[in-house]
Design a protein around this ligand. Structure first.
Ligand SMILES: Cc1cc2nc3c(=O)[nH]c(=O)nc-3n(C[C@H](O)[C@H](O)[C@H](O)COP(=O)(O)OP(=O)(O)OC[C@H]3O[C@@H](n4cnc5c(N)ncnc54)[C@H](O)[C@@H]3O)c2cc1C
Length: 369
């Protein structure tokens, strides 16, 4: 509704023609906010990644960066607010209330929209996690403002507008989306898309505690108990230092064990391209790419993966990409740092044996000492 893409702009006048003067009541909207996502006392690292991105935007706009911490009363919620200063916050808005113990859309939407209406940020960023996506959508529709989901780049234009860039047309194009005439300008970013800023020990400078005027009877949803997903803790793919992945070039589900074996020897996580998930060879949480996980490992080994754009966007933040492919013209060689033109079915077991011979004596020595 309120979002304008470059592609949809009128030919004459460009974006400037689509921008009207901000309505008077939006002119007071200032500063950049990052929603600090925490559940059961654990802050999701995407929140700190967003603090890094938010800091850059706030510096460009010469405004403050605020961390938004919503959760139950107690140390964990307060610690999340304190920690936000170490990742660059100038101030933190804290809504501590036991009604917020478990995430529920109604109570969190109420808390965040109340904060926005009271303190008026011009930019509001959230992680594109399950919780963040749910919350961002309902906050944007409640506030009747624009939301750009799954951004890969955030910047500020010369006129101070948020330029939120994301893949479109199945990842083959990037489009930059503006929320010109509404506030706040909202965006979500997936974990690992933005680099993690360095943590610098800093004292809390300013915490604003905002009381939430909500009682349990006002909330329709009740949380009876929390049962973690059996598989939710099995993969740390997005945050792994070393990732080994396989694609259709492996030829069969049975051959995927070659990827797992190398990953085990390297102490790495394993992943795959989308077709392997679609074929049911590998579980969904292992998919890497635009519609899977974004990774930023120190080392990424891709075996039998062609390097389609939708895969590339999920891996190009890796420090070192080693690609194994039989086709010397495979697109993955356009962005891999080391290209190995070879049969993955032969090379993967050879690499596993070589690393096992080199690494295992060291780990045995470490265990013994
Ligand atoms: C909206 C949308 C979203 C998508 N999201 C994602 C996503 O998140 N992640 C993703 O990965 N894809 C995604 N895709 C799919 C993507 O476009 C590609 O189809 C997919 O990445 C291809 O997977 P692949 O590289 O495993 O297979 P292929 O493209 O078939 O490539 C197989 C490669 O293996 C090589 N090969 C063959 N035999 C061997 C061998 N013995 N040894 C070594 N190499 C060999 C071949 O030369 C080839 O390069 C998406 C597509 C769309 C339209």
């Amino acid at each position: 509704m309120s979002n304008v893409t470059k592609a949809a702009m009128p030919a004459v006048g460009g974006r400037a023609a689509a921008k009207r003067e901000l309505p008077e009541h939006f002119k007071a909207y200032k500063h950049v906010w990052v929603f600090v996502e925490q559940e059961r006392g654990q802050v999701h690292p995407v929140s700190w990644e967003l603090m890094g991105a938010g800091r850059r935007l706030a510096d460009k706009l010469k405004v403050n960066l605020a961390a938004i911490v919503i959760g139950p009363e107690g140390e964990a919620t307060r610690n999340a607010a304190l920690e936000s200063f170490c990742y660059g916050a100038d101030l933190s808005y804290l809504v501590p209330d036991n009604i917020l113990s478990e995430y529920r859309n109604e109570s969190y939407t109420k808390a965040l929209t109340e904060l926005v209406n009271a303190y008026k940020p011009e930019i509001l960023l959230l992680g594109a996690t399950t919780l963040g996506r749910d919350l961002a959508g309902s906050v944007a529709t409640t506030l009747l403002t624009g939301l750009t989901a799954d951004c890969t780049e955030l910047d500020v234009d010369a006129d101070g507008s948020l330029a939120a860039t994301r893949p479109t047309f199945g990842g083959s194009l990037l489009c930059t989306i503006y929320t010109l005439n509404y506030r706040p300008q909202m965006a979500t970013v997936r974990p690992r898309v933005m680099p993690m800023p360095e943590r610098v020990e800093r004292d809390a400078s300013r915490i604003v505690i905002h009381p939430l005027g909500l009682i349990e009877d006002d909330i329709v949803t009740k949380v009876l108990s929390f049962i973690p997903d059996r598989d939710s803790e099995t993969s740390n793919l997005a945050y792994a230092d070393v990732v080994v992945a396989g694609g259709l070039g492996l030829g069969s589900q049975d051959n995927f064990h070659l990827v797992r074996q190398l990953a085990t020897v390297l102490g790495a996580e394993y992943g795959c391209s989308r077709p392997l998930v679609q074929k049911g060879w590998v579980s969904t949480d292992r998919q890497i790419g635009q519609t899977g996980k974004t990774i930023r490992p120190k080392l990424y080994i891709a075996a039998g993966i062609s390097g389609a754009i939708q895969h590339r966007v999920g891996v190009e933040g890796a420090d070192l990409i080693v690609a194994i492919n039989t086709d010397k013209n495979a697109p993955i060689f356009d962005f891999a740092h080391i290209a190995i033109i070879n049969d993955a079915l032969q090379l993967l077991p050879a690499l596993t044996a070589a690393f096992r011979a080199r690494l295992l004596p060291h780990s045995r020595a470490r265990i013994a000492s």
